[in-house]
Structure formats: structure tokens, C-alpha cells
Design a protein around this ligand. Sequence first.
Ligand SMILES: [Zn+2]
Length: 125
Amino acid sequence: MSKRFWDLSSPNDMDFKRLSDRLDWSEDADNGLAENMGKLFELDRAQDREITNLRLMVEELMGELIRTGVVSEAELQARVSRRLMAEQKQTAAPSIRCASCGESTLQSETYFSSLGEVCAACFSG
Ligand SMILES: [Zn+2]
């Protein structure tokens, strides 16, 4: 399948892969740090261009769908909101119920004890 115009107008997956791969590589600490900072900014600019391109395309497509009566703006907004909420729910940090006090705690902030996973307060108290 030939490339579509939107594939040509934005940095592609390979660009992102290349930039993020280079982040891992460093010779000595100071040079490596400065170099990695530069690469991070480069990656950030590439992602910024990609987001701008995607935003323009979405605006164009949504505008056309609404103008041609395929879907109303309210319906489109409701659908997007539902998708965003589902996405946020899926990517939310997992939480755990503390085995001691029962409080809900981010899993990354729990500690293992003889009771099981407990919150920081119960672990140090
Ligand atoms: Zn607790």
C-alpha cells in the first residue's frame, strides 16, 4: 500500500524510534548527559510536530463530518468523551487496599510486610 499524504507530512515511527534509541547511548557521564538533553529536546520537537499534524487532521475530519451531517457535534463530543474516559480508566495507576488499615493506596507506594502489602503510614508506624 502506498504512503498516504499524512504519513509523509509527519515524523514517522522510525524517527521516534531512532531518536529514543539514541537516548540510551552515552560515552561518559557529562558529555552523555548534555547530549541526551539535546536529543530529548529533539524528540520533544518531533512529537510536538506530530501532535500539531494530528490536531489539524482531526479538526479537518471532525469539521467535515459535522458539516456533511454524518454526525452532530454533540454526538461527536459525547463519543470522544466516552473514549477518553475509558482510556483514562485503563491507564490509571493501579491501587491496592492496605492490608492493615484498608486505605486505598497507589501500588507503587505500598510496602511488603508480614500482613501483605501495606501503605507507607502503616509500614513505618
Ligand atoms: Zn495502611
